[in-house]
Design a protein around this ligand. Structure first.
Ligand code: SF4
Ligand code: SF4
Length: 392
């Protein structure tokens, strides 16, 4: 029996402790996507067009780099000594209650050699119903070996791996800035597909960042992903936040709407499959509603439903800073300064001020992870959610 997501039903009424944790494991990465948040912070972002202020994509520059192997990180983002250690992670995990959803993030998370040990720590203490491993898929052998070890140990959690695919081969390599990246990701897909039959708690999916370069090619990509045996879900995240190549954010809202309509229709017509875990149909209904609310947020440019970030969601960076969400502009504290005690941080005046400002609709965004909790834990949205559910 896997840990049931329905254990968290009381949080619909009492939003007292976080049930969704996003943990940034590392900044290190072996890819170089122009929409990368970390790249936008580098002193030397991608080169700019002569006389202009728009960064060129790697393809424009004729600079696609070969795929990098583990140990050959290319110094793109160097290891920072500030990454939390296993001991520190253990203390953080002990200060948290049981989790519905644990999402790792990065950087490329599989560049942390101790990713299996980190997962075990959270599995033992916080019993997450779902553990998410997003990856660019470049380290085929490492990913296969580590995920199998996680599957063997964490039998009561649903283990979800999301492979990044931004388009078909040429477009994907161009957007990801790494030559051969598409082929590597497909090799990883083939390696992971073999684990699906052996481990019923394993789910394999694809995530695509919708941006101005791939927005005209989504039909082809959606069709391709639907044809991949074993891929249960294809999520499309709208490009957001600070990116090094601002051109990528010039999206056509009409094209985004076409894409979300197509994905909703595919789910309803059973052209695309859904997750394998308990409550997967509900999750598929929530995905459809979520994409509509994201569209509404872009058009209205304001928070369209209450946001529970800071109450139900928490984000911890690789060096222990704590935020309510991934906008990274509302720091609540640092575990290193506050005895690794998340409860203490959440009760601080600073954190409470931030939560109050979010509640008074002081911000808005289209981030899918937060929309998920904002829908599933908001009873006002249940009629709309049920309507989608009944059509699946
Ligand atoms: S894979 Fe992720 S962390 Fe790495 S460059 Fe791309 S967006 Fe940034
Ligand atoms: S609306 Fe978005 S930016 Fe504001 S707190 Fe929620 S997740 Fe963060």
């Amino acid at each position: 029996m896997t840990y049931s997501p329905f254990r968290h039903i009381p949080s619909i009424l009492w939003k007292r402790s976080p049930i969704h944790l996003t943990f940034f494991l590392t900044r290190r990465c072996n890819s170089r996507c122009p929409f990368c948040f970390y790249l936008s912070k580098k002193k030397n972002p991608p080169p700019y067009a002569k006389g202009g202020n728009t960064p060129l994509t790697p393809l424009d520059r004729g600079e696609l780099s070969p795929p990098l192997e583990k140990g050959d990180i290319g110094g793109f983002f160097n290891k920072t000594s500030s990454e939390l250690s296993l001991d520190e992670i253990e203390k953080i995990s002990s200060s948290l209650g049981s989790l519905l959803w644990l999402a790792f993030s990065g950087g490329e998370i599989f560049l942390r050699d101790d990713i299996v040990e980190i997962t075990k720590i959270f599995y033992e203490r916080n019993k997450p119903a779902i553990i998410l491993f997003p990856t660019n898929g470049l380290l085929t052998d490492v990913i296969g070996e580590k995920i199998e070890a996680v599957l063997n140990y964490c039998k009561k959690s649903t283990i979800v791996v999301k492979l990044s695919l931004e388009g078909m081969e040429e477009l994907h390599d161009s957007i990801r800035g790494t030559r051969g990246s598409f082929q590597k990701t497909m090799q990883t897909y083939n390696a992971l597909r073999e684990l699906l039959e052996m481990y019923p708690n394993f789910d394999l999916g694809v995530n695509t960042v919708f941006n101005s370069e791939n927005q005209g090619h989504m039909d082809e990509l959606i069709g391709f992903v639907n044809g991949l045996d074993g891929i249960r879900t294809h999520t499309v995240s709208l490009i957001r936040g600070k990116v090094s190549d601002q051109r990528l954010k010039d999206i056509d809202v009409g094209k985004y709407q076409e894409t979300i309509n197509r994905m909703a229709l595919n789910s309803k017509n059973k052209v695309s499959s859904i997750y394998r875990f308990k409550g997967a149909r509900l999750k598929a209904a929530q995905d459809i509603l979520q994409r509509r609310l994201i569209h509404e947020t872009i058009v209205k440019k304001k928070q369209v439903i209450p946001c529970y970030a800071g109450r139900l969601n928490l984000v911890i960076t690789e060096s222990g800073d704590v935020y309510p969400c991934e906008s990274f502009n509302m720091k609540m504290g640092s575990v290193r300064k506050d005895s690794y005690d998340l409860n203490k941080i959440l009760k601080s005046e600073q954190a409470q001020d931030i939560i109050r400002s979010i509640r008074s609709k002081g911000c808005y965004c289209t981030h899918e992870c937060y929309m998920m909790t904002n829908i599933l834990f908001n009873p006002v949205l249940y009629p709309a959610l049920m309507k989608e559910y009944m059509q699946l």
